[in-house]
Write a new protein. Structure first.
Length: 256
């Protein structure tokens, strides 16, 4: 038995609750629904299944989930005024705490008929995350993760957000190391068995520049271009990786 098996078991439980929350929300994320309603459903599901929503009151954040719509890059605040409409795309980001351990995951959701450019952006973002995950094993370096993501999305004509990154996670929400979603092969910290962190690329259809709105949270693309994101929490094993936040229903990217 390795010295991180107990940590991984706790991460599995927290990760499963986070991904189960997104699975549950999938049929509720549709035209005419407010992002506040999605937040309420997510909060109740996590609570009723023995967990706690990590974003709630984190550094003053007032909601349980992040709902980032269209040109919002991340940290969108759910609101009764934000009603989902045909053609929208929204990223829903869930972090559940169970027995002091964290599971952090996000997925994109499309509302009704989606423009092809948006579908291409979402597909490229998901594939970039999965390409980065597939190379994970001891001995690889953090720069290899960034390279996989950056090279894939730039080839498609998209850009990688620089201002936000993935992060170490276990019994703390955000810990070292930072996981940049751009970079060069064979640079940065070496991966070791037992490490746990998120990979959560934010990819813009236009330039990578972002700005944070006056609410102190909502990050948007400076050029108003669309943005997409996916996120998994992963662990490094002796000879590869484990994804703690995979969907029990097999949901990966839209359409679900």
């Amino acid at each position: 038995m390795n010295n991180y098996s107990e940590k991984f078991e706790k991460m599995r439980i927290a990760g499963k609750l986070a991904s189960d929350t997104l699975d549950m929300l999938t049929t509720n994320i549709k035209e005419g629904v407010s992002t506040d309603y999605i937040d309420k459903l997510g909060y109740e599901f996590i609570r009723d299944n023995g967990g706690y929503s990590a974003p709630l009151y984190y550094r003053g954040f007032q909601k349980s989930l992040c709902t980032s719509l269209n040109h919002v890059v991340c940290h969108g605040i759910p609101s009764k005024e934000k009603i989902l409409q045909e053609g929208d795309a929204v990223n829903v980001d869930v972090t559940a705490i169970v027995n002091e351990y964290y599971g952090d995951t996000s997925r994109m959701f499309c509302i009704g008929k989606t423009p092809i450019k948006l579908i291409n952006l979402i597909d490229a973002t998901y594939e970039a995350m999965m390409r980065a995950i597939r190379i994970l094993k001891p001995g690889k370096k953090l720069g290899d993760i960034g390279y996989e993501i950056q090279s894939h999305v730039e080839e498609k004509g998209f850009s990688v957000v620089r201002d936000f990154c993935g992060h170490g996670i276990s019994n703390t929400f955000h810990e070292s190391p930072n996981i940049l979603h751009y970079g060069n092969k064979n640079t940065g910290m070496e991966l070791k068995a037992g490490m746990t962190f998120t990979i959560e690329p934010m990819i813009n259809a236009g330039k990578f520049d972002v700005k944070v709105l006056n609410d102190g949270w909502t990050a948007v693309t400076k050029d108003k271009s669309l943005s997409a994101q996916f996120e998994h929490t992963v662990g490094i094993t002796e000879n590869g990786y484990e994804i703690f936040t995979e969907s029990a229903k097999g949901y990966s990217k839209p359409p679900y």
